[in-house]
Design a protein around this ligand. Structure first.
Ligand code: ZN
Length: 72
């Protein structure tokens, strides 16, 4: 059984580490009307500098891991 317990602990540690790496909840999006294109409103993340275009509202997660600006 010790092996099973060690395995469970390892999975939990990896899960926590992976979640910490994403940093999605640290992002704070700010609307940038000057960069908007029609119905698409430009948002800048003031935390990591990522850019995103959305027509439905503020992005709910960070785009920094996807090369910055998103292409709908
Ligand atoms: Zn960000």
């Amino acid at each position: 059984m010790p092996l099973l317990i060690a395995f469970i602990i390892a999975v939990v540690v990896v899960a926590i580490y992976a979640r910490r790496n994403t940093g999605t909840r640290a992002c704070r999006w700010r609307e940038d009307r000057a960069g908007s294109k029609g119905a698409l409103i430009k948002y800048n993340c003031i935390t990591c500098g990522a850019e995103a275009f959305r027509s439905t509202g503020i992005p709910d997660r960070c785009m920094s891991g996807q090369g910055g600006a998103s292409k709908l």
